[in-house]
Design a protein around this ligand. Structure first.
Ligand SMILES: Cc1cc2nc3c(=O)[nH]c(=O)nc-3n(C[C@H](O)[C@H](O)[C@H](O)COP(=O)(O)OP(=O)(O)OC[C@H]3O[C@@H](n4cnc5c(N)ncnc54)[C@H](O)[C@@H]3O)c2cc1C
Length: 291
């Protein structure tokens, strides 16, 4: 008879620090909690109880899509995440049935039930749900209002040994750590640490995107044929504007208008509508014009 071998999880140290309580930081902390006695997450923002945008994640006001692969990966770390998202109001999405993509020169895909779902919700909601999971893990501590200032190292600069951070009242604190994960979203802490310890920072490649978004929330407005998500794409080169609607929690729609180059989408309400009216297809405008 074969004996079942249960892998013993090695203990890698006393404390790990994760800088950033975004999706990357929360996921990293969840994994590290299996290997360290204590995991501390530090975020510069005071973390809100509600699912609302916050300054440290400015992109959080724009519509986000959680693709099915992303959901699967997150469910490996946070069991039952899909159900939990739905319980908090996220919309189940069948990509074959609920998404309308209006691309120039291509037919509309037939509506076919794939039977596999992902969920749509605002970026703050998914973060709030993940943070609740993490806060329930005994050896993880989440500290908001702590802006990491720099990574510190021991005298010979062989290794990073802790973090110095600043709290909202301006006071500074230093915490030692066996491992530091920089999930601050832009990597500048790591780059500064490499420079300050005479190491070469990684090479950078810059790619100009030159697209601007204007986003707004509308009370749930009806998209034709009961679609939950629509993407109206421009005919590339000649046209510069596109629009997206993504259903979200609390019966709202996230509406994004995008412009390329000098075609900047407006943020004034009336101008927003008139910009939407000039998209290549009428679907987005029709869905929001009376909302
Ligand atoms: C307009 C836009 C639309 C997008 N749409 C999608 C989408 O549809 N689907 C998708 O999967 N992705 C999308 N993305 C990408 C997605 O937003 C990012 O990949 C994701 O948020 C990265 O997560 P993160 O945890 O690495 O970083 P972030 O979410 O940026 O989190 C970084 C965290 O670090 C904190 N922080 C920063 N500096 C410090 C410091 N010094 N000390 C302490 N804390 C600090 C911040 O407060 C924040 O909480 C979009 C991005 C943009 C800009």
């Amino acid at each position: 008879m074969k004996r079942k071998v249960v892998a013993k999880i090695p203990n890698l140290g006393k404390r790990a620090i994760v800088v950033g309580a975004g999706l990357g930081g929360l996921s990293a902390a969840r994994v590290l909690s299996d290997y360290f006695d204590e995991v501390m997450i530090l975020d510069r923002d005071e973390l809100p109880d509600d699912a609302i945008p916050r300054p440290g994640v400015p992109q959080g006001k724009h519509a986000h899509l959680l693709l099915a692969g992303g959901l699967k990966a997150l469910e490996n770390l946070f069991p039952n995440l899909g159900n939990e998202l739905m319980r908090t109001g996220a919309e189940p999405i069948d990509p074959g049935f609920d998404i309308l993509i209006e691309d120039s020169g291509r037919d509309i895909w037939p509506k076919i039930k794939f039977g596999r779902s992902t969920y749509s919700m605002t970026r703050p909601l998914i973060e709030r749900v993940l943070r609740r999971y993490v806060e329930r893990i005994e050896n993880i501590k989440v500290r908001g209002g702590c802006r990491a200032h720099n990574i510190i190292s021991e005298s010979k600069a062989r290794a990073a040994t802790g973090i110095q951070f600043q709290m909202v009242d301006g006071s500074r604190e230093t915490i030692k750590s066996d491992l530091i994960v920089d999930a601050s979203g832009n990597g500048s802490l790591t780059v500064e640490f490499l420079k300050s310890t005479s190491r070469r920072p990684p090479e950078e490649t810059s790619i100009g995107v030159n697209i601007r978004y204007a986003s707004a929330l509308f009370e749930r407005s009806h998209i034709c044929d009961d679609y939950k998500i629509v993407s109206s794409l421009p005919s590339a080169r000649e046209e510069t504007r596109g629009g997206v609607i993504v259903a979200a929690e609390n019966n709202i729609n996230q509406v994004v208008l995008a412009g390329r180059g000098k075609d900047i989408p407006p943020i004034d309400g009336n101008e927003f509508l008139s910009y939407a009216r000039q998209l290549r297809t009428a679907t987005v405008y029709n869905a929001i014009k009376d909302a």
